[in-house]
Design a protein around this ligand. Structure first.
Ligand SMILES: Nc1ncnc2c1ncn2[C@@H]1O[C@H](C[S@+](CC[C@H]([NH3+])C(=O)[O-])CC(=O)[O-])[C@@H](O)[C@H]1O
Ligand SMILES: O=C(O)C(=O)Cc1ccccc1
Length: 242
């Protein structure tokens, strides 16, 4: 039975920083489905891009894998031979459930599940790297180094799929897209209290960049092509090709 996210449903005296602990891991599938517009479309498209871009004898990385949704989409869709998947997260609570989900289905593609800080992990011989709503939780000052390490670990023609919450330089557009996201959460059953307490909990740990910032960084690092391929309100996904 999938459990409903009620983490911010009662009034809290003090709202601490949002963390990926046991309670969050337990309700995560419900939380992400009701909070992130376009999430299931993005997971499907990660599978489709895997079918096209995974190269023989390479590794596929899922950085900040949580329960392994992107890992499972890659594992189901990989057509290249002799690939293996490396799924990394630094939340033990997430990884325990990730292992359980992965072992519920059979596959010929090996998956290595690692508990590590993605800023410290090694990336090599990669044809696909997925950062599905993970970079936004990495301190802004560490993002360039992480993306450079990913670029260096990709084989020629390899891709990075980056999904994020975005911010927008035009204030009216930024406010509109934030309001539409909050409408989306209301429509999915979150109360005003849940929306505002969650907003306080994530404001210091989740720092969105603009699409332009992402594109400029990709260019500076050396990616030969990059663009966004999906957007719903202030959430979206980009692809960068080495
Ligand atoms: N430094 C870090 N090192 C490793 N993991 C980290 C780090 N910081 C945060 N995480 C992990 O990044 C994940 C972000 S959730 C990703 C969803 C998933 N990709 C999905 O496709 O379902 C997105 C969200 O909740 O909005 C959590 O599991 C953190 O523990
Ligand atoms: O819930 C929100 O308001 C978000 O911005 C997305 C989100 C989803 C899951 C964990 C943290 C943030």
């Amino acid at each position: 039975m999938q459990q409903r996210d009620q983490i911010f449903s009662a009034p809290l005296d003090q709202i601490g920083d949002f963390t990926f602990d046991e309670r969050v891991a337990e309700v995560f599938p419900d939380m992400i489905k009701r909070s992130v517009p376009g999430y299931s479309n993005i997971i499907s498209a990660i599978g489709m891009m895997t079918a096209r871009y995974a190269q023989d004898n390479t590794q596929l990385y899922d950085l900040g894998c949580s329960l392994g949704a992107a890992t499972m989409a890659m594992r189901r869709n990989v057509q290249a031979s002799n690939c293996n998947i490396v799924a990394i997260d630094n939340s033990q609570a997430m990884l325990e459930r990730c292992e359980r989900h992965l072992s519920a289905y059979k596959s010929n593609t090996p998956v290595q599940v690692l508990c590590d800080d993605i800023c410290a992990a090694k990336i090599n011989n990669a044809s696909i790297v997925v950062l599905n709503f993970t970079l936004q939780f990495i301190p802004p000052a560490k993002r360039q180094a992480l993306l450079t390490k990913i670029y260096d670990g990709l084989v020629p023609g390899g891709i990075l799929i980056l999904s994020e919450k975005f911010c927008f330089s035009d204030d009216k557009i930024n406010d509109l897209l934030i309001n539409l996201h909050e409408d989306f959460k209301r429509a999915n059953g979150y109360s005003e209290l849940e929306i505002s307490q969650k907003r306080s909990a994530i404001e210091d740990v989740m720092r969105p960049d603009s699409i332009e910032t992402h594109l400029n960084r990709f260019k500076e690092i050396g990616f030969s092509s990059a663009n966004s391929w999906f957007q719903c309100f202030n959430f979206g996904s980009m692809v960068a090709i080495k």
